[in-house]
Design a protein around this ligand. Structure first.
Ligand code: NA7
Length: 294
């Protein structure tokens, strides 16, 4: 087993947003040596106080890491931290493994994998589900594309961050499944918002719909978490609406590339787009309800 797969591999982490920060804290708690970088350096403070080393650039993180994690917002952000000035790819160690847990396009995952291979490193696309709650509890679920051998080497680390991981195929497969899954979550929460608008428009309390719904075949665990937010109109971001909007766009792009029609996704994106445009602050995607409160 090489250094990437050793029990206490040196870990790098780029992206200390809502997801990256709790993930980093769990790695430190598990005793891993952690080097971090974030575009806005102030967001690294909690991790540095907990024992992480703050690097000067993505490149410096990669130089220090046997296993490099990235979890940044979107495709341009990943391109920036990998290929930008002092980007991580220029510092990747031979034999290291780069695990990208951002949600980006499958095509970008394949480009990153090829760039890693040119530098003698391996790549896994490993987007996650579970939101900030899952990240804090170490209960994320990883959807993985890439070589099974590389996955086997990082499994001890995934076990600190999450409870399950699925090897889904070649590079890009993890991102493809993630986009399909988020499409379903966006539609489920959007459908609840639409149904609540109908029910409350008829003068019936929304709570009554949720109670019956969650006792029926139409029950969805995501609604256990999101329905109370829709009913109360409280939308502090756990999974931000701007990121769900981005994922719906990525799913539509993929559908276009594959010639697969996604009419329900296209309609849902219009609704999320309206709320995103009208929002004055960062909101959870449960705020899709605001479409009907305008
Ligand atoms: P957040 O909380 O919005 O955090 C996004 C992170 O990405 C944060 O560290 C940002 O740095 C970083 N970012 C954004 N754009 C750039 C650029 N251009 N260059 C470098 N770094 C950048 O998102 P989450 O943590 O909730 O989610 C992360 C991913 O997981 C996302 O793909 C989700 O869909 C799933 P900042 O602090 O703003 O300087």
């Amino acid at each position: 087993m090489n250094s990437a797969g050793s029990s206490k591999a040196k870990i790098g982490l780029i992206g200390l947003g809502l997801m990256g920060r709790p993930m980093g804290l769990n790695l430190l708690k598990a005793g891993y040596a952690l080097t971090v970088w974030n575009r806005t350096a102030a967001r690294a403070e909690a991790l540095v106080a907990a024992g992480a080393r703050l690097a000067a650039s993505p490149r410096a993180v990669a130089e220090a890491a046997d296993v490099l994690f990235t979890i940044v917002s979107d495709p341009p952000a990943l391109e920036e931290v990998l290929w930008g000035k002092d980007g991580a790819l220029s510092g990747l160690r031979r034999g290291s493994i780069h695990v990208d847990s951002s949600t980006v396009s499958p095509a970008l995952a394949r480009r990153a994998a090829a760039a890693c291979a040119e530098r003698g490193a391996r790549f896994l696309d490993a987007p996650v589900t579970g939101g900030t709650w899952g990240a804090e509890k170490g209960e994320l679920v990883f959807m993985v594309g890439g070589e099974a051998g590389a996955l086997a080497e990082v499994e001890p680390i995934l076990g600190v961050l999450g409870k399950r991981w699925f090897h889904l195929g070649a590079h890009g497969a993890g991102q493809t499944i993630k986009l399909a899954m988020n499409l379903i979550l966006a539609l489920q929460v959007g459908a609840l918002a639409e149904a609540l608008a109908l029910v409350t428009g008829a003068g019936i309390e929304g709570e009554k719909l949720v109670e019956v719904l969650q006792s029926s075949m139409a029950r969805a665990p995501v609604l256990d978490v999101k329905a109370p937010l829709l009913l109360k109109g409280e939308y502090a971001p756990s999974f931000p609406l701007r990121l769900m909007h981005k994922d719906l766009g990525l799913a539509l792009d993929l559908g276009n590339q594959l010639g697969v029609a996604l009419p329900a996704t296209a309609a849902a994106r219009e609704v999320y787009n309206y709320v995103k445009g009208a929002a004055k602050e960062d909101l959870d995607y449960a705020a899709v309800m605001k479409f009907w409160k305008k």
